[in-house]
Write a protein that binds this ligand. Structure first.
Ligand SMILES: Nc1ncnc2c1ncn2[C@@H]1O[C@H](COP(=O)(O)OP(=O)(O)OP(=O)(O)O)[C@@H](O)[C@H]1O
Ligand SMILES: O=P(O)(O)OC[C@H]1O[C@H](OP(=O)(O)OP(=O)(O)O)[C@H](O)[C@@H]1O
Ligand SMILES: O=C(O)c1cccnc1
Length: 494
């Protein structure tokens, strides 16, 4: 369903990628092999984890990568330096590399690669921008949604953000990301159609304003959608008019005895704790214990937590702006870094990027990423990055996990399972991964949450999760940093 509707995204990249592809082609280095890793350095919202999302879109994007005539015409027109033979080369462009990624819904942590690309530099370079665009946004929204789920684990969560979203793509992929993290429905019908997310909807104030009386508005709406109506009760006066009118209509329908009564009322302004408590009392006193209360109005995890602390009687939450725009942390800073490159003898050599900011120094080498699960507790102990030449984790040998900054903080673990976090998605350009259903992804996410201690999952000041480098990886990184510094000094003194 989605594939037919997708535009050609081959030019959804930064010009510098095409420039680098061109310069590689010009110097005949475009077939050199390169390894890139994608990861982020800082968690959003002060959260203790992020929820990986974006892989499905990456797969659809990679499968559709073709430089069609329109794209080639545009490149020809845009840059006079591009040789016609380069554009000719682009005609047969396909992704022919290997790609590994965390499955959607997996909990991911700073400095742990969530994706690795091994392939021709020509291809690996092109996809950087789109891959980061998809992962950064969807992971951000999935993480925000997960925070909301923490404060309302047993309530119905509805994503209402489309009208406030950063345009149409953000609305639908954001709705999908929220569903991955345990939301139950979206108001966006296209997201429902494309991804199979359940859809839900109430009505707007305009519906009520359109009638001479609120009661008539409620009656007409409830008649039109028997058993499915949620009545918005705050257009005039919530407790004096809206709730009493909703009660009249709901009682009338309930008396018909066919079970098709009013489903809920919605509160969209005022003190949501007070109003929900009072509305609940009124509904219960009228024998309408089955009529639920929905709330909306610029909600986020903080407001919901406070409302719950005040004893709010809200069963279902409609959440728009704060979720879909990730208002308090509007971007995830995922990066895509070269970690190994092909040398003259055809082998892969690690490469490093040094920075004045130690956090920005990359970790070189072709690596495996393991999640270490204690057999005793069934919980994740930490993530462990090893060079691919190392086999200790895969063989279950004793592992020493140490903090790469404070190396004296370490522990050795013996009884564990090492789960390889990066699943093969493409091998030599062939998709080898079958995209799971959205419900399977949601279930995978639910299981992932179960692997972590409450200290990691809590909203406020979570305990940092341990991410370790193997000793060999750490030693190689340090050697390369020192080697690079010595070389710089030598060059400066020449
Ligand atoms: N009891 C409460 N405790 C904490 N926050 C609340 C409570 N009730 C409502 N809120 C939140 O406070 C904010 C109120 O914003 P605002 O003043 O715009 O709402 P309003 O009174 O409904 O006005 P409007 O009619 O313009 O929406 C919203 O984010 C709402 O979710
Ligand atoms: O507050 P958010 O979390 O962003 O949720 C979406 C909001 O969008 C609607 O308001 P809007 O004023 O646009 O339309 P309405 O006339 O239906 O209230 C709805 O009533 C929510 O308040
Ligand atoms: O169904 C609703 O109540 C709804 C949907 C989108 C935005 N605001 C409200």
């Amino acid at each position: 369903m989605y594939a037919e509707q997708q535009a050609n995204l081959v030019l959804h990249t930064d010009k510098y990628q095409i420039n680098m592809m061109y310069a590689h082609w010009k110097h005949n280095t475009h077939n050199k092999k390169a390894v890139f890793e994608a990861y982020f350095r800082k968690l959003p919202f002060g959260n203790g984890y992020a929820v990986s999302a974006g892989l499905e879109r990456v797969v659809r994007y990679i499968n559709s990568l073709r430089f069609d005539e329109a794209a080639l015409d545009y490149l020809r027109e845009q840059e006079e330096n591009y040789d016609p033979a380069f554009l000719e080369e682009l005609k047969s462009f396909r992704f022919t590399g290997d790609l590994y990624a965390c499955e959607e819904g997996t909990l991911v942590f700073p400095n742990v690669p969530f994706l690795r690309v091994e392939g021709r530099i020509f291809e690996a370079q092109l996809i950087e921008t789109a891959v980061l665009n998809f992962f950064n946004f969807q992971t951000l929204i999935a993480t925000k949604a997960a925070r909301i789920k923490v404060v309302a684990p047993d309530d119905i969560l509805m994503e209402f953000g489309t009208r406030r979203a950063q345009e149409a793509d953000a609305a639908i992929w954001g709705a999908r990301a929220a569903y991955v993290s345990g939301f139950h429905a979206t108001s966006n019908m296209r997201a429902g159609q494309l991804f199979g997310i359940p859809t839900k909807g109430t009505h707007a104030h305009a519906w009520v304003q359109d009638f001479d009386s609120e009661e008539e508005a409620f009656t007409r709406f409830a008649d039109a959608l028997p058993g499915q109506s949620t009545l918005l009760v705050d257009t005039y006066d919530t407790l004096k008019s809206g709730v009493p009118n909703a009660i009249k209509v709901a009682k009338r329908l309930a008396a018909q005895g066919d079970g098709k009564t009013v489903q809920a009322i919605r509160l969209d302004s005022g003190d949501l704790a007070y109003l929900s408590i009072e509305a609940r009392k009124m509904l219960d006193a009228a024998g309408l214990t089955h009529v639920k209360i929905v709330a909306s109005n610029d909600l986020d995890e903080h407001t919901i937590l406070h409302l719950k602390a005040q004893g709010a009687r809200i069963d279902s939450w409609g959440i728009g702006t704060q979720l879909i725009t990730a208002a308090d942390h509007p971007a995830l800073g995922g990066v895509y870094k070269l970690v190994a490159k092909e040398t003259a003898d055809g082998t892969l050599a690690p490469t490093i990027k040094i920075s004045g900011n130690p956090e920005k120094i990359t970790t070189p080498g072709l690596k495996n990423v393991y999640r270490i699960i204690s057999r005793e507790t069934g919980k994740a102990v930490g993530d462990y990055l090893t060079l691919q030449s190392e086999t200790d984790a895969a063989k279950g040998e004793p592992l020493t996990l140490f903090d790469p900054v404070h190396t004296y903080l370490n522990k050795t673990i013996t009884e564990y399972d090492a789960v390889d976090l990066l699943t093969p998605i493409y091998q030599k350009g062939e998709q080898v991964y079958e995209l799971p259903t959205l419900d399977a992804i949601r279930e995978h996410h639910r299981q992932q949450i179960g692997l972590f201690w409450p200290e990691t999952l809590r909203l406020l000041n979570p305990e940092p999760y341990h991410v370790s480098l193997s000793k060999q990886t750490y030693d190689m990184k340090m050697q390369m940093i020192h080697g690079m510094k010595e070389k710089l000094n030598r060059d400066l003194n020449q």
